[in-house]
Write a protein of this length. Sequence first.
Length: 384
Amino acid sequence: MFIIFVVTAALFVLGTLACLWHSRWMRRLPALSEFTHPDEASSSRSNIRCSIVVAARNEESVEHTVRRLLAQTHIEVELIVVDDRSSDRTGEILGQLAKEDARLTVIHITALPDGWLGKCHACHLGANAATGEWILFTDADCWLKPDVIIRAVRLAESERADHVTLTSGIAVPDPGLRACHLMFLLSIANWFSGVNRDRPKSHLGIGAFNLVRANAYRECGGYEALRLTVLDDVKLGLLLRRAGKRTRAFLGADDVEAHWGESVASIIKIMEKNYFAALGFSLPLALGISGFLTLLLCIVALGIICWTPTGIAAALSPLCLIAPAAILAQRIGWSWRAALGAPFVIPVFICALLNSTFATLRRGGIRWRETFYSLDTLRTGRVR
């Protein structure tokens, strides 16, 4: 048991050190004052045009999102909302908003063509209608600060980037959700550092805020190439990297807030379509990762029971993760205390992975926004 305890403790310590290293490149998007000259500060808009594309299906609360997007400052925006086969009042609400503001264009979809996922098809149509130099893909349940788009554009210009992506913050101040959010950020810390250091094989994209130069989007194939991709946001980053484009990633925090969960338990359901897809629908890989993590947690529990020096070291080693989680918590404006629960939500992610795997296999596919897509179709059409 001595060796097992030592190896377990070492794995958590090494994982913590890796997170600390990669977190050096996990930052907030700079303030507008860092890019704007004093004589530009009085101007509410610039001549930069950004087309915002939102796919919406049965989103009756979309009005608040639309009004926030139209309130973007220092930049000219056109908002294209694609009403994807909604069966509620979404289309009616969008129609009324379009009458109030000519910058809003609504595209109504009544049927989904073969060989497409609903969201990918909606984003494809929205992007085809875009006339801006930049295209922002965001979600119907995301709230953006008024200056976040111009800050992202200025950052891209200053670093010669073609793609800027931001994680979404969480609007619900639940301690469990915050712990889960911090653990999620730690899990993609190496992706952050990879794109921000321009590592050759690194890529990242986040659906809450994917801002891309329009010409780069079209050069890489865009949603035409992602038509059957569940993780379309991440894979858009992959297509851009393959096309030789540069990505920059930032912590969204309160710059980009999303209403995607009310409790820790809700995360398991929300990630149902994503986690198995992220592993390429590979059952051996899903079982291997979940089994390995479960084994580590069992060894941690055994260390408490044995209560030997090495057992205690193994039992306490997951707490090391509090350190990088606390750093990220403070960067996104939370108290460091939000990180205290981070190691304790690891089982939530294991459950989310297993639930995603077996729910997909049991159904023979995924049900996304009231549409079923078979596993065979998803495997055939995925971007590798």
